[in-house]
Design a protein around this ligand. Structure first.
Ligand code: G3P
Ligand code: MG
Length: 394
């Protein structure tokens, strides 16, 4: 797995755009002495939600992070490997499901880092794969020539030899009968696809693997001469995640393995790809920048000469359910990250995970190590545990 450090160049950009939005939501002047020395990153699937249902007492727990007047008290964000809709839409959905006001800047999805490569592909033809609105996500990031894989595939008659058996496809906008009458928005027959982005969990694995193999083997022009493999980016590499079904579901990492296995069998050179999302430490670095910006927006801290706020967190809590990505990511990111593991999702063990042990277990073992600023987060966690479906921390 490769991850290019595309974050670094544009972390500064986050500040300017986010500032404007935050000032609106957190405009009440707060005393500087209240400035929290900690922030929180919540995983979504398996911690806050299962499908669209809140886990345990998560809405009540999150409400504790706001003041009585509804303004944010504790800087927090959602750090999920999921996605499929623009951050603004996810923020509204979460606000509705959880009954709190969440701003788009508090939502970091697996595909959020894709905006960092917009300069490379801004005017190039790209294909976006996955559930939800993958093309809308990429367009919102500034990519100008995006086609969803559904639309792209619809322009190539018989590219999916099984499509006639997929009765559920009849409902789709780009069905087999109408596809040939559609005039492609871009010249897909001579314009090479310059990159493919797996934005969210693919829906039709068989068709998507077929079409991606075509794009990747034929240099971005399916059915033509073999050519150099265009880059493919994955929003995350989760093998499994927790949804509504009692057992874990196969995630984007599983799709990547399937695509890679097949591509490597039919192609003379192995698949080259880049994966984003947790556990990459850059994701956590990015989250830290956003949380710092949140504090400065809540407390109206002016940026100093070097563009920083001078605010430093003593602790940033990552609350997750998947040791491999959530705990491992916090561990790789190092100080000030501190991992807390729940048992409501992927992790079902009795004790700590043996491969990626969370920090809270160690803290509970040595009481003297309990930092003073852990108290508020413990209250939140206790609240999380009050639901009938217990979230217990290690
Ligand atoms: O597709 C969702 C998934 O891979 C994980 O989401 O919120 O647990 O990081 P989350
Ligand atoms: Mg999770």
């Amino acid at each position: 797995m490769r991850f290019r450090s595309v974050f670094r160049a544009s972390l500064a950009n986050i500040k300017t755009s986010r500032s404007r939005c935050f000032r609106r939501s957190f405009s009440r002047l707060q005393p500087q002495s209240d400035r929290p020395s900690f922030g929180i990153a919540f995983d979504i699937d398996g911690v806050i939600l299962r499908g669209r249902t809140p886990v345990g007492g998560s809405p009540q727990a999150l409400r504790r992070l706001y003041r009585d007047d509804g303004t944010l008290k504790i800087p927090f964000l959602f750090l999920t490997n999921g996605g499929g809709v623009p951050e603004s839409k996810r923020a509204s959905e979460l606000s509705q499901l959880l009954g709190i006001e969440i701003s788009p800047q508090q939502v970091v999805q697996g595909h959020s880092p894709f905006k960092e490569v917009v300069n490379r592909y801004e005017n190039e033809l790209i294909v976006a794969v996955g559930k939800g609105e993958p093309a809308a996500v990429m367009s919102e990031y500034g990519f100008k020539k995006v086609l969803s894989i559904d639309e792209y595939a619809s322009y190539f008659k018989d590219i999916d030899p099984l499509s006639q058996y997929k009765t559920w496809r009849i409902k789709q906008t780009y069905d087999e009968n109408s596809s040939m009458e559609l005039h492609p928005r871009y010249d897909v027959y001579s314009d090479r696809v310059k990159a493919a982005f797996v934005v969210s969990d693919p829906v039709d694995w068989g068709r998507d693997i077929q079409v991606l193999c075509d794009i990747l083997r034929y240099g971005g022009l399916p059915g033509r001469d073999k050519g150099h493999q265009p880059p493919i980016y994955f929003a995350s590499d989760d093998l499994e995640y927790q949804a509504v079904f009692p057992a874990e579901r196969l995630g984007m990492g599983a799709f990547r393995i399937a695509l890679e296995g097949i591509f490597n069998s039919v192609s003379s050179s192995p698949l080259e790809y880049t994966s984003f999302g947790k556990p990459n430490p850059f994701v956590f670095k990015n989250a830290e920048v956003i949380l710092t910006q949140l504090v400065s927006d809540i407390y109206h801290i002016q940026d100093n000469m070097d563009g920083g706020t001078g605010h430093e967190f003593s602790t940033l809590y990552m609350i997750g359910d998947n040791p491999k990505v959530d705990t491992n990511g916090a561990m790789k990111a190092g100080h000030p990250w501190f991992s807390m593991l729940t048992r409501t999702g992927v992790f079902r063990g009795k004790d700590n995970d043996s491969q990626f042990p969370a920090d809270l277990a160690r803290l509970l073992l040595s009481k003297d190590a309990l930092a003073e600023n852990l108290a508020p987060i413990r209250r939140v966690v206790v609240r999380l545990r009050t639901g009938h479906e217990t979230i217990s921390t290690l």
